[in-house]
Write a protein that binds this ligand. Structure first.
Ligand SMILES: Nc1ncnc2c1ncn2[C@@H]1O[C@H](COP(=O)(O)OP(=O)(O)OP(=O)(O)O)[C@@H](O)[C@H]1O
Length: 267
């Protein structure tokens, strides 16, 4: 079965996930998951609903300890140390949650400033300048004094992105960034994500259902299966679409349904 993209990628490995098992209590969600994310790549975590994509993302950002396996962030073993060492490694991470997850009682500018106030000793006027810079990067400087409730869904996502970049992370995690956005706003967000990767050299791990977006922006990825509870294919979304022969992956990447015999139907 053709389920592994041939790799000619010689970019350094940024995150090395080795033999990870994720479980809630005795319920295993995924097991024996291994993959590498290379520096500067946009890495897609794919798979059907409920297979464990968000759970994997949670464990990569420190919200769920894997029951087995390791995550190396360059030379640092993310889960082997104490909370303090994890927080230190996590300072390199920026996270954009589905909703943008802004504090509703704070303005956009205050939201972006918050991580800087919490984790740095920068003077308020320096923070203000940095906040303006981050909001400028995502085209949201005009909304610096607005509250989240005054923003559209796309604007909230962009403000969330500015906040995710608040501490100059070199690794960004996006959970369903295009969820709830219309196609045009979603396409703009794709361009913004590509610009961030190209302009800042960030490494991006993205969970998304939006195949058109994934085909456009992601250059590597993994496909998690809900039934086998493990990764069944590795490669960029376009490679999986065009070359992967696994019936589940093929059906997903071509938006088909499998019939009970495991062959492709068209309904
Ligand atoms: N806190 C939790 N406690 C127990 N089970 C959980 C918890 N969070 C998620 N699950 C279960 O883990 C499985 C994977 O969920 P997860 O949200 O990671 O899937 P997903 O692939 O991101 O799904 P979707 O694409 O629908 O968002 C699901 O069966 C879910 O019910």
């Amino acid at each position: 079965m053709n389920n592994q993209m041939p790799s000619t990628d010689d970019r350094p490995v940024m995150i090395d996930v080795n033999d990870v098992t994720l479980a809630f209590g005795s319920r295993v969600i995924q097991h024996d998951v291994s993959f590498q994310v290379r520096r500067g790549s946009i890495f897609a975590v794919m798979g059907g609903s409920g297979c464990g994509k968000s759970t994997l993302l949670k464990s990569m950002i420190g919200l769920l300890r894997p029951t087995h396996g390791t995550y190396m962030v360059q030379k640092d073993d993310y889960w082997s140390g104490d909370d303090e060492s994890r927080v230190k490694i996590g300072r390199r991470f920026g996270v954009l949650f589905q909703s943008g997850a802004l504090w509703s009682s704070m303005t956009v500018g205050e939201n972006v400033a918050l991580p800087m106030q919490m984790f740095t000793k920068l003077e308020p006027h320096v923070i203000r300048q940095l906040v303006e810079l981050k909001l400028g990067l995502v085209g949201m400087l005009h909304a610096i004094d607005q509250y989240p409730s005054e923003l559209s869904g796309g604007m909230r996502k962009r403000a969330g992105l500015a906040r995710a970049m608040s501490l100059d992370p070199d690794i960004l995690f996006f959970d369903e960034p295009s969820a709830g956005l219309d196609p045009i706003t979603s396409a703009r967000l794709d361009e913004l994500i590509l610009n961030l990767r190209d302009g800042l050299g960030a490494t991006i791990i993205i969970v998304s259902h939006e195949l058109s977006s994934l085909f456009h922006i992601a250059d590597d990825g993994i496909f998690l299966d809900a039934d086998q509870k493990t990764a069944i294919a590795h490669g960029s979304p376009t490679w999986l679409r065009d070359h992967c022969t696994d019936p589940t992956v093929h059906a997903f990447m071509h938006r088909e349904q499998l019939d009970s015999s495991g062959t492709h139907g068209n309904g």
